[in-house]
Design a protein around this ligand. Sequence first.
Ligand code: SF4
Ligand code: SF4
Length: 72
Amino acid sequence: MPKGKVTFNEEVCKGCGLCVEYCPTHILYMDMKTLNKAGYNIIRVSEPEKCIGCAFCAIMCPDSVIKVEVNK
Ligand code: SF4
Ligand code: SF4
């Protein structure tokens, strides 16, 4: 089981890319083919099994889009 699990409230994402930049395991990416209702590209997880649950992505997000669950 991965250490962490991230979920996105994608409709409030502004596509700033900070979460992508700060994820230490480089598993977040901007989906260039999918826009939310506000017209911003959403973020996806490429390899969920590599999430370490550090929550850097959630801390960096200016709009509180990301929720991180940490598995014990
Ligand atoms: S919790 Fe950490 S490892 Fe997981 S996606 Fe966010 S920044 Fe990356
Ligand atoms: S930091 Fe937040 S607002 Fe910016 S791209 Fe990531 S999820 Fe979207």
